[in-house]
Design a protein around this ligand. Structure first.
Ligand code: C2E
Ligand code: CA
Ligand code: CA
Length: 539
């Protein structure tokens, strides 16, 4: 069965049954009033004014046509057949009853017109509140209240490459695309209600468990995209599914489907079913986030530093700055537990700016002690998307006495691919200042060496899981070897991350890897620790 969205016409116009009853009522009222006027002594008495009742009623219910029509009939019924005085039989003057018809017509038509305009206005207000303003598709408020009982399964589809599409093709194309997607989903699932919950999110409500069919259909869209005016468009979206357990549960189920879609996106899965653990995670994330905004000011965050070593010369070339949060109650919280959540908020900007400032301060300390002090800083995708990031970052950098070419910004491949064209321009702006740029976690994303040509990259950092597998898996070793050779041909430096033993170090050295970093040398250390470590290794 189809769960209707709100049909405003049903509310503002009388339905079939009421319409018939009104017509019967008017058909009875009109002659009855005419007869009453006749038997009460003729048109000279006041009873003729009761004719305004059916005229106004007709205008109210049937608009201008109804009001005008009934006014003419009413005028005729009180016209030539009704005398001025029934007893004497004296007829009305022609001008008299014609004038009355005109007045009735004026009252009936203007009253009908007023109600027609009112209905139109109500309709446009309801339309606005129940449809998305860009696409005109039904939105979440159009989900009919009384359909809630029959909804069993809901799904949330969140389009992740929303900004990419808008940046590359413009908002109109995105609008067309989401309309085509909506249409296609509605055609595939005729019995479902599909609404646009916000600019890049669709909700689907089903009367039965349709998870398998939905997963299959969405996998096809994810693989093949959607054709718009003959152009195949790539849609990157996450699907979240939840079940509703009856009345009043639909809002909760939709929220759960949203959480599941968010979880799918975070975990890089095509779809995800809601489970309570995600809610606990979400609540924890929210709690953490609300505390994190205070944490930086309260001095609960600090940076640890992991040295990077030149494999040929064995010299220490610098450090990577890694964030730490010492929570007063929960103790040490590792970055993986809060950075992803922080990245979903504006807080990632003050966080990164704090890291730049703090890590450049340690670079100054190291430099003053005569140590090599390049410093690598992790930059998030959201920083790159933030319009003021370049100016703010450069402002902080210029406040420190650190050479620009001693600063490395580390970014993952996926963060660059969020908006490749804009990122290319931004990276070139940093490059103009000779700030070095590194691709972090190389081997976990698309691992396409094409990035090295597309972006002005100086360094790739081979991911630690990749490096870890290398000693056990010959095919991984071949890939690492090929990546190192190709990078060198393109004059790109290679850093091996996560070196934990001498065997790995030896392999990397044989392959010509330039720089290494890992627990084999030391875990990340706090400020005092890294200074002591430098001291030990230099002397
Ligand atoms: P990442 O940028 O890949 O940082 C390297 C991670 O590998 C660090 O984890 C480091 O402690 C760990 N590591 C280093 N050597 C070894 C090794 O030999 N074996 C193993 N198993 N691990 C090793 P950490 O500090 O927990 O940071 C995790 C991730 O959190 C970082 O991965 C980075 O993505 C993110 N992160 C840390 N600090 C920041 C920051 O200031 N800003 C941003 N945006 N992200 C940060
Ligand atoms: Ca890093
Ligand atoms: Ca890394």
């Amino acid at each position: 069965m189809k769960h209707d969205t709100i049909n405003i016409d049903k509310i503002i116009y009388p339905s079939g049954k009421i319409k018939t009853m009104l017509i019967i009522l008017l058909a009875l009222m009109l002659p009855a009033i005419s007869y009453t006027v006749y038997i009460s002594g003729g048109i000279q008495y006041v009873y003729s004014h009761s004719m305004y009742i059916p005229i106004l009623l007709a205008g109210l219910c049937f608009g201008i046509k109804g009001g005008a029509g009934v006014a003419v009939i009413a005028g005729l019924l009180l016209g030539p057949f009704i005398p001025i005085d029934t007893a004497s039989g004296e007829p009305q003057l022609l001008a008299n009853w014609i004038f009355r018809v005109c007045i009735f017509l004026l009252v009936g038509a203007s009253n009908g017109l007023l109600f027609d305009l009112l209905r139109k206005k109500i309709k446009s207000i309801v339309d606005l509140s129940t449809h998305h303003r860009d696409t005109g598709l039904p939105n979440s408020s159009s989900l009919c209240e009384n359909a809630e009982n029959s909804i069993h399964m809901v799904a949330s589809i969140v389009i992740n490459n929303y900004y990419n599409i808008i940046n590359s093709f413009g908002k109109e194309i995105f609008t067309e695309l989401i309309k085509a997607f909506y249409q296609s989903l509605q055609e595939s699932f005729e019995s479902a209600t599909v609404v646009q919950a916000d600019s890049c999110k669709l909700w689907l409500c089903f009367g039965a468990d349709t998870a398998e069919e939905l997963k299959n259909a969405t996998t096809t869209y994810q693989k093949e995209g959607l054709s718009l005016k003959g152009i195949p468009m790539y849609l990157d979206f996450s699907l979240g599914i939840a079940y509703s357990s009856g009345h009043d549960e639909i809002k909760k189920a939709l929220q759960q489907a949203d959480i599941a879609a968010f979880h799918a996106r975070q975990e890089n899965l095509p779809h995800c079913f809601f489970d309570e653990k995600q809610l606990i995670n979400e609540n924890n994330n929210l709690k953490l986030l609300s505390q994190f905004s205070q944490a930086m000011n309260a001095g609960e965050t600090e940076l640890h530093y992991q040295p990077q070593i030149d494999l040929r010369t064995r010299d220490i070339i610098g450090v990577e700055a890694l964030m730490r949060w010492k929570h007063p109650k929960r103790g040490f919280i590792p970055p993986q537990e809060f950075i992803k959540a922080v990245e979903e908020t504006y807080l990632i900007n003050p966080l990164t700016e704090w890291v730049i400032d703090k890590s450049l301060r340690i670079a100054e300390v190291l430099k003053n002690k005569g140590f090599a002090a390049s410093v690598s800083i992790n930059i998030s995708a959201k920083n790159l998307q933030n319009p003021g990031f370049f100016d703010r970052a450069m402002g902080i950098i210029k406040d420190h006495d650190v050479a620009f070419d001693q600063i490395v910004f580390e970014m993952t491949e996926s963060s660059l691919m969020h908006d490749p064209d804009a990122n290319k321009i931004l990276l070139h702006k940093f490059k103009d200042y000779h700030i070095k740029l590194a691709i972090d976690d190389f081997g976990t994303g698309y691992s396409s060496l094409a990035y090295l040509k597309r972006f002005p990259i100086d360094i790739i950092k081979l991911d630690r899981y990749f490096i870890g597998q290398m000693t056990n898996d010959q095919s991984v070793a071949y890939i690492v070897q090929a990546a190192i050779e190709l990078s060198h041909k393109l004059h790109v430096t290679v850093v091996g991350e996560g070196v934990e033993n001498t065997q790995t170090e030896q392999m990397l050295q044989n392959m010509g890897c330039d720089i290494v970093q890992g627990y084999y040398y030391t875990r990340p250390l706090d400020e005092a620790g890294i200074l002591a470590w430098y001291q030990n290794h230099i002397s």
